[in-house]
Design a protein around this ligand. Structure first.
Ligand SMILES: C[S@@+](CC[C@H](N)C(=O)[O-])C[C@H]1O[C@@H](n2cnc3c(N)ncnc32)[C@H](O)[C@@H]1O
Length: 390
């Protein structure tokens, strides 16, 4: 251990103490005064993990769910020689971490892996921003218990308002010791140790057969709504027959499990569909859904942030059930980014079909950003709107 010397005493410093969190940026994710690149949870995870990091210098540290670098960068910026492996589900988070790392000359000090063996193999410490979904929690806990060292220590933190006792129970399925730390600044860290090596195959992707659709839906833990059908999505699917009849290709934007792509491809044997999402779990789920229904030849998947790599003016038909969260914060910016993306990628005369909660009043936004927008249907909760690219 290369110690930092303070006042003549060799001392390992908590990586969260010296790091300047305030200069972290969320960009290219939405930035706004009420949206932050870090919170007290990041610091608390680092503080609680500091003794284990010191003890296991030279070993492997896995970082899961880091949003913009507030877990990874403090660790790689203190003296130490850990092999730091990072998994982030969201592409905007990956880009922000890369950018924040580059600005601090910390690029190349960590490696990225998908959720799985390579990420956790031999890991002695896991730093983890708790997800809100229990399925994602269970999937990740299973992977850690499967592949990390038998003496791994897991520091999983979250905002107390987003935590529940069910999380402890899920962690207890994968770890013999689960302990809740003290609350600090509305955050808490669950520490887990003594992994219980699973003997069964992983439970993910989950698979559910929907008899009303005649289709399987598959989902990894972090995919929106899992393999279940969101009620807004269900409503949008009622309009499939009215969507651009001569479209040869369509885009399922923010595809989640890929259920919209599968229904469209199943209903129209001539069409090809690109299912795209910024979430790695979503894209893997959409590929699994396509495969489970024998539709892989006509459904391709692309992980991308708001279709950044798609050519301008190229799309005939886009279907969208937009997100209403940015991380844990309800924020219209996430949906508006996708409206702008659709406006850029649609060809003139191309159609965007959007479903949204009635109270969101997105029609004016769609009209302004995409083109003439008409409400095609409304039920007690949802509106389906058609925007034609002008
Ligand atoms: C409400 S969910 C809909 C999922 C799926 N289409 C369905 O109907 O079940 C919104 C999806 O948009 C995705 N998303 C959010 N922001 C995105 C972005 N910037 N680029 C691509 N996808 C995004 C989320 O990951 C999520 O899967």
């Amino acid at each position: 251990m290369r110690d930092i010397t303070l006042g003549g005493m060799a001392k390992f410093v908590d990586p969260g103490v010296l790091f300047d969190f305030s200069s972290l940026r969320r960009s290219p994710d939405v930035e706004a005064p009420n949206l932050f690149a870090f919170d007290a949870t990041d610091k608390l995870i680092l503080t609680e993990a500091a003794p284990s990091l010191e003890e296991r210098d030279g070993g492997t540290v896995a970082v899961v769910g880091d949003r913009y670098g507030a877990l990874t960068l403090p660790v790689v910026s203190v003296p130490g020689s850990w092999d730091v492996r990072v998994h982030q589900d969201l592409m905007a988070g990956e880009r922000a971490l890369d950018r924040n790392a580059a600005e601090r000359s910390l690029s190349g000090r960590f490696r990225r892996f998908p959720l799985g063996k390579e990420l956790f193999d031999g890991a002695g410490v896991v730093l983890w921003q708790l997800p809100r979904s229990l399925a994602e929690l269970a999937e990740t806990a299973d992977q850690i218990a499967r592949y990390a060292r038998p003496d791994v220590k897991v520091f999983a933190g979250g905002r107390i308002k987003h935590m529940s006792m069910a999380m402890n129970a899920v962690l207890q399925d994968s770890f013999g010791d689960v302990h809740a730390g003290l609350a600090r600044q509305k955050s808490r860290v669950l520490t887990a140790a003594t992994p219980i090596r699973p003997t069964a195959e992983p439970a993910f992707p989950e698979r559910l057969y929907h008899s009303e659709l005649g289709l399987w839906v598959c989902a990894y833990g972090a995919a929106f709504s899992g393999p279940r059908l969101d009620i807004g999505t269900r409503y949008l699917l009622e309009f499939i027959d009215r969507m651009k009849a001569d479209a040869r290709h369509a885009i399922d934007l923010g595809c989640g499990s890929g259920v919209i792509a599968a229904v469209l491809a199943n209903a129209r044997p001539q069409i090809t569909v690109t299912a795209t999402d910024q979430s790695a779990a979503a894209v893997a789920s959409a590929a699994a859904t396509a495969e489970a229904n024998g539709l892989s030849a006509r459904i391709s998947t692309v992980q991308d942030d708001a279709m950044a790599g798609f050519p301008t003016g190229s799309a005939e038909l886009i279907l969208l059930n937009p997100p209403f969260h940015l991380g844990a914060t309800v924020h219209a910016g996430a949906a508006v980014r996708l409206f702008d993306a659709a406006a850029r990628v649609l060809a003139g005369g191309g159609e965007l079909w959007t479903v949204y909660n009635n109270h969101l009043h997105y029609r004016a936004q769609l009209e302004e950003r995409v083109g003439p927008t008409t409400v095609q249907g409304q039920n007690a909760k949802f509106t389906v709107a058609l925007s034609i690219r002008s």
